[in-house]
Design a protein around this ligand. Structure first.
Ligand code: C2E
Ligand code: MG
Ligand code: MG
Length: 565
């Protein structure tokens, strides 16, 4: 076998990097060493670049954001995928400067798309655990945003569950700071770790990215479909958006749309591409094309499955002109294909068909499209099989052949209404759940706020008591008179000096202080007064209050001149 450079290679000396065949020389350990040495200088040599994989909305089909994915443009080996070198960067701490380069480049590029008028899309950047541990992660992210001019609301940081659970308290603190400035946070590869959504609830998250390994089997494996459905519903109740990763087929897309997934990313829509190609996609307004998208038209759709073509033709004739789209299939398999391509509300199936029988077909439809209303139209009645299917909810109604046109039409009309009511009920209950979650959050916030306030009041009270005691301990008498002429503050020494029957505090100054002192207070004269009280001489000073507080009035301090009598 020949490598790109024409050297003869043995099979075990070949490393596949993307679609490139690499010569690992004759000594793989030596080659690995060289690879690592080369990686150390790659940042300086400007050999890294970013590809961008678009995410498309499951509602509008439009590109709502991109994920930045690093590649290494190796001079001899071509484009190296991140799986080959991210673990090595992580081991050597080089992930820190390289991670910062990714952040800065992704922010700058996204800002450039915005400025070019290509749409206000967001960018998601993958962070490694090492970066989350950095003391200055917040500063690094903030600098990347400030220097690029990208609004924080357009940046999303992707973290895997394993990184989050390693040091949860620190992750919560750092991510909360980032979230406070508008950056959003997503859990990447959800479903590959061991944590549950209930556990992840503690983290300040915005988006849940369901891992490709889950999505791969959702069409074939009804368990995976049920888990995906439950994950989407639970994520929504926690107010998280759900992005499905690695969507490769229309059938996967159909199932995800039918189960209210918010956005998809995967080869079905686009592989990761260079910045120029992405700009072109944005310019062309490339969209996810699917008849399953909820484009707002909400056209009612009915699927007929019957192996007898005459019956199908007859039914189509009877049901045409009723305002809904009628799709038809002559086998269960064909019916399932149509269900992957269209958003179907009501399914009517025959029972006796070659291959998959009607009961099994409708059971299968229930598993992958539980919201559809399923009915059986059959002349053949395998009573037990049909009764079982009805009892377990796979069949909503059994209609017998030959049918009465009017009765059939009214049953179909009722089935559509039932589907629409169930949809509305689910929407309302999701809204209610979200409102309740928000209420609980607000309540918690309020409780925390009240607790902080009461702690503050207690601290203030303690400080006040201490300040009062300090004032009382001052070694000279003082009296504070408020703007109405009442004594508002008086030290113990002052109380003793002006000894009256009633305490000074709360008494009008004119009633408890000597006339000479009062006359001086009311005069505009000198700020200092020499006064004799009970045989001792005092120097009285006055100060107007209110310069540094909201109080008003006058503070008098008395200084003994010579020994007290
Ligand atoms: P990830 O963050 O889960 O990224 C998605 C990976 O799945 C990408 O692989 C993407 O090319 C691939 N992918 C997307 N759609 C499909 C699909 O439909 N089918 C299949 N088979 N694959 C699909 P890629 O680019 O090789 O990246 C692999 C991983 O490397 C990423 O997984 C991420 O964990 C990590 N990574 C990439 N760039 C960075 C980075 O800048 N920093 C850090 N710390 N990690 C990065
Ligand atoms: Mg990712
Ligand atoms: Mg992922």
């Amino acid at each position: 076998m020949n490598g790109r450079n024409g050297v003869n290679l043995k099979a075990d000396q070949i490393l596949l990097v993307d679609d490139l065949t690499i010569d690992y020389d004759s000594d793989p350990a030596f080659a690995r060493n060289r690879f690592e040495t080369e990686l150390h200088g790659a940042l300086q040599r400007d050999e890294f670049l970013l590809h961008y994989q678009p995410k498309a909305s499951c509602k509008s089909g439009r590109i709502i954001g991109v994920e930045a994915l690093i590649r290494w443009q190796h001079p001899g080996r071509g484009l190296v995928a991140p799986g080959e070198f991210i673990p090595l960067l992580e081991q050597s701490e080089l992930i820190v400067p390289v991670g910062e380069w990714v952040l800065r480049t992704a922010c700058k590029q996204t800002r450039a798309w915005h400025e070019a008028g290509l749409g206000q899309i967001g960018v998601a950047v993958n962070l490694s655990g090492r970066q989350l541990e950095m003391e200055n992660l917040f500063t690094v992210v903030k600098a990347a945003l400030d220097d690029s001019g990208l609004e924080p609301g357009y940046l999303e940081l992707e973290l895997t569950e394993s990184y989050l659970v390693q040091n949860p308290e620190k992750a919560i603190a750092t991510l909360s700071r980032l979230k406070a400035i508008g950056v959003s946070v997503s859990v990447d590869d959800f479903g590959t770790g061991y944590s549950s959504l209930a556990y992840l609830k503690r983290f300040p998250l915005d988006v849940l990215k369901v891992d490709r390994s889950f999505i791969q089997d959702i069409v074939a494996d009804s368990n995976d479909a049920a888990i995906t459905r439950a994950v989407i519903a639970m994520a929504h109740s926690l107010k998280l958006d759900v992005v499905a990763e690695g969507v490769e087929t229309e059938a996967q897309l159909g199932l995800l749309i039918a189960n209210n997934c918010d956005a998809i990313q995967g080869y079905y829509f686009s592989r990761p591409v260079g910045a120029d190609t992405l700009a072109q996609m944005l310019r062309e307004d490339r969209r996810l094309v699917s008849k399953l998208l909820d484009d707002g038209s909400n056209m009612r759709t009915l699927l007929l499955v019957d192996d007898e073509e005459d019956i199908i033709r007859l039914l189509e004739l009877v049901l045409s002109g009723n305002g809904y789209r009628v799709l038809s299939a002559t086998s269960a398999e064909q019916g399932l294909t149509l269900l992957g391509e269209y958003r179907v509300d009501v399914v009517i199936s025959d029972q006796n068909m070659p291959g998959m029988r009607g009961v099994e077909f409708l059971r299968r439809v229930k598993e992958i499209h539980p919201d559809s209303v399923r009915m059986m139209l059959s002349g053949f009645t395998d009573l037990q099989a049909v009764t079982d299917a009805i009892n377990e909810g796979a069949i909503y109604k059994f209609l017998s052949k030959p049918w009465k046109d009017e009765l059939l039409c009214s049953n179909i009309e009722e089935a559509f209404r039932r589907k629409e009511m169930a949809f509305e009920n689910r929407r309302l209950s999701e809204e209610l759940h979200a409102a309740n979650t928000e209420l609980v959050r607000v309540n918690d916030e309020l409780r925390r706020h009240l607790h902080e306030k009461s702690q503050q009041v207690m601290r203030d009270e303690a400080a006040l008591c201490a300040a009062q005691e300090v004032l009382q301990l001052l070694p000279w008498p003082y009296v504070g008179i408020d703007s109405d002429g009442m004594v508002a503050v008086a030290s113990a020494d002052a109380e003793a000096l002006f000894a009256n029957e009633a305490p000074l505090l709360g008494t009008m100054a004119a009633e408890c202080l000597p006339d000479e002192l009062m006359a001086w207070i009311e005069s505009e004269g000198a700020d200092v007064l020499a006064l004799e009280i009970a045989g001792s001489r005092y120097r009285v000073s006055r100060r107007a209050m209110g310069a540094n507080s909201q109080s008003s009035g006058t503070l008098l301090t008395l200084e003994a001149e010579g020994p007290r009598a």
